[in-house]
Design a protein around this ligand. Structure first.
Ligand code: GLU
Length: 482
């Protein structure tokens, strides 16, 4: 096989949908796996819907995911002359023709078909206009579009690399429009022209494009080109089996960055949506994917996007990160949440203490916000208070802990541990029955890193302040509980 040339051709009409990011990834992986070329092309012929902003966010999404392109970015809007030249050629050689039918005429024909209960297809009125008729219509200044001539009863076969042989019947297509009245191209035409002009060998894209495939094959043929091979990827669905959309939450690639996911974890997750290797392996480095990915192990049925699974996978990647890198990421997300961790060493200790609870970056806030809040300002989670303060006894524990804390010296994990155990035993309590109320008292939360570490990091003075505050505040919440 000669080296493949593949392209990712997004339309810049919004942010890069996560399903499209997967299409980009599969093209990229296919090129990397086979020593091919990955081309980025911006399908921006729809001037009204295309925006610069979308284009830059597509570039940024791809850079964030590490999907580097070897050629491009090409913009279709820079290539209008090429499409016009090809359209003229096709009209000259009889593969296509100008159609002067007005919108009203077509609407009436469509309506008639509807009334008779048959599917509407363009009836070919302008297919065989004589030169003089055409001249007359041109001299009247009638707007015209270009249509492709399609012969009925032709079967168009494409050996799809994922779906197997797919056959289309040309009778289901009509002489479709490929150039608009302003002589600019429609998607199927510019796409097929570019795929031919850029020597694209494989078109890897979503199954939603399957209906476009016969049209593009016919255009390639009309251009005298061999059509590329096609590989249609299964769609990405939500948990209910519907197309993943904004209503399901985040779908823009960069939104996942905002949510604190790691690009390498997202790449791994997207690769596994629809592709599997032999065996049970779930975690693949990008290098492994580049070495193992191929289209023959891409499934046909829709894949379900599962945020929980992605979060789990992200956690696995987080765990592998060196502490310094984790600390940097955590600082960034703390800043976003409005916290300003000033002491780098302390922050590193906190990140270490949070440990494998850090699945995505914002978990540093979930499990550690109180480290960055004033002793008098962290919030008490009502559910935590409800669960761990069931009677006066727990409040008593918090109050009594003050003198214990005061007397621990040095105020370090080992010593705190030893003294805390002895203290619980003295009080005839299980260790957890004293640790959990204390955790709620000094952090406001019921989950978090090891309490002993938490206490050491907070320091004796802060712990004492917090215990005192809790003794005052908790009875109020306690009372509200009724
Ligand atoms: N611009 C099209 C899209 O974004 C490209 C489809 C294709 O790959 O041909 O859906």
């Amino acid at each position: 096989m000669s080296a493949p040339r593949v392209r990712f051709a997004p339309s810049p009409t919004g942010s890069l949908h996560i399903g499209s990011a997967r299409t980009a990834l599969f093209n990229w992986l296919y090129a990397r796996r086979h020593g091919g070329t990955f081309i980025l092309r911006i399908d921006d012929t729809d001037a009204e819907r295309s925006t610069e902003e979308s284009t830059s966010s597509i570039f940024e999404s791809m850079k964030w995911l590490g999907l580097d392109w070897d050629e491009g970015p090409y913009a279709q809007s820079d290539r209008l002359e090429l499409y016009q030249e090809r359209a003229r050629q096709m009209i000259e050689n009889g593969a296509a023709y100008f159609c002067y039918c007005s919108k009203e005429e077509l609407a009436a024909k469509r309506e008639a078909a509807r009334k008779e209960g048959r599917p509407y297809r363009y009836d070919g009125t302008c297919r065989n206009l004589s030169d003089s008729e055409r001249k007359r219509l041109d001299s009247e200044g009638r707007p015209k579009v270009a249509r492709l001539k399609i012969e009925p009863d032709e079967s168009i076969l494409t050996p799809d690399l994922i779906l197997g042989d797919v056959v289309f019947d040309s009778s289901t297509l009509d002489d479709f429009i490929f150039m608009k009245p302003d002589f600019t191209p429609l998607y199927n035409f510019s796409s097929a022209v570019d795929d031919a002009d850029m020597n694209i060998t494989h078109v890897i894209r979503g199954q939603d494009h399957l209906p476009n495939t016969p049209k593009q094959i016919l255009i390639s043929k009309a251009l005298g080109m061999e059509p590329p091979k096609f590989a249609h990827l299964p769609m990405v669905h939500n948990a209910r089996g519907q197309k993943l959309s904004k209503r399901d939450g985040a779908v823009g690639t960069l939104e996942f960055r905002e949510m604190g996911f790691l690009p390498e974890a997202l790449v791994n997750y997207l690769a596994r949506l629809a592709w599997s290797a032999e065996g049970e392996q779930e975690i693949f480095t990008t290098e492994e994917l580049k070495a193992k990915f191929d289209l023959d192990r891409v499934g046909k049925s829709p894949s379900r996007f599962d945020l929980k699974k992605l979060t789990w996978l992200n956690g696995q990647y987080m765990n592998e990160k060196p502490l310094s890198e984790k600390t940097e990421g955590a600082a960034l997300f703390l800043n976003k949440a409005g916290y300003e961790p000033e002491n780098a060493e302390r922050l590193e200790r906190i990140v270490e203490a949070v440990g494998d609870r850090l699945h995505t970056w914002p978990d540093i806030v979930t499990y550690g916000s109180y480290f960055f809040e004033e002793d008098g300002a962290y919030e008490f989670d009502p559910a935590a208070v409800k669960k761990w303060f069931r009677s006066e006894a727990e409040l008593e524990t918090v109050r009594a802990a003050e003198s214990l804390i005061e007397s621990i010296d040095p105020f370090e994990v080992d010593e705190i541990d030893k003294r805390m155990r002895a203290w619980a035993e003295e009080r005839g309590e299980k260790l957890i029955r004293v640790l959990q109320p204390l955790r709620v008292a000094v952090t406001g939360k019921q989950v978090g890193p090891s309490l002993l570490e938490t206490l050491e990091i907070l320091g004796k003075e802060s712990v004492l302040n917090r215990l005192e505050r809790a003794s005052e505040e908790l009875p109020k919440m306690y009372a509200q509980k009724g």
